[in-house]
Design a protein. Structure first.
Length: 174
């Protein structure tokens, strides 16, 4: 629309104000979308190191237990991350105690290779680790922080804990 000349620049000031508002509003929306995208991505794309540590633990602690056993062992790790009694990251929980006994997870300090040898089971562990770090299934262990294999007797200190689950060859406690 062509405006008649009135001798003042009020209409130009108004147009510049609208343009500036449109630029500022667009930038604000872009920043908001980037922030949202970053937070969504951090929730849906797990840290590669955490996913690897987690998959190794699922594989070595529960490879003979299948999907359900791996999920239960995975929940012990996630519950420990949330507990003030343990480190607050996946890898720190998995590696807790160091590479020499005693350690929290036997595979980590047994002196054997930490390379998976069963490709199909390793792939399942990787898939479950990524799933549990992004959209975990319900916790079948009811908040367990400990578990042991039925191939060994329960340690004395564990007998005072509440057993929450017996799944396959593992007993879970909180």
């Amino acid at each position: 629309m062509v405006r008649p000349y009135t001798g003042d620049n009020a209409h130009l000031t108004l147009q510049r104000g609208r343009h500036a508002c449109a630029v500022v509003c667009s930038l604000a929306m872009l920043v908001g979308l980037l922030t949202l995208s970053t937070s969504v991505n951090s929730q849906t794309i797990p840290d590669a190191d955490a996913a690897h540590c987690f998959a190794q633990n699922l594989y070595f602690e529960a490879r003979s237990e299948g999907r359900d056993g791996m999920i239960a062992v995975g929940w012990v790790v996630l519950n420990r991350v949330e507990s003030s009694k343990y480190p607050n990251s996946i890898c720190a929980v998995v590696h807790d105690g160091g590479e020499r006994p005693p350690c929290e997870f036997n595979w980590w300090c047994d002196g054997r290779s930490d390379r998976p040898t069963e490709p199909g089971v390793w792939r399942l562990a990787q898939i479950l680790a990524e799933q549990m770090l992004t959209t975990p299934p319900a916790d079948p262990t009811d908040g367990a922080l400990w578990f042991h294999s039925d191939s060994i007797p329960a340690p004395e200190w564990l007998r005072a804990r509440d057993q929450t689950l017996h799944l396959g060859a593992h007993y879970f406690y909180k």
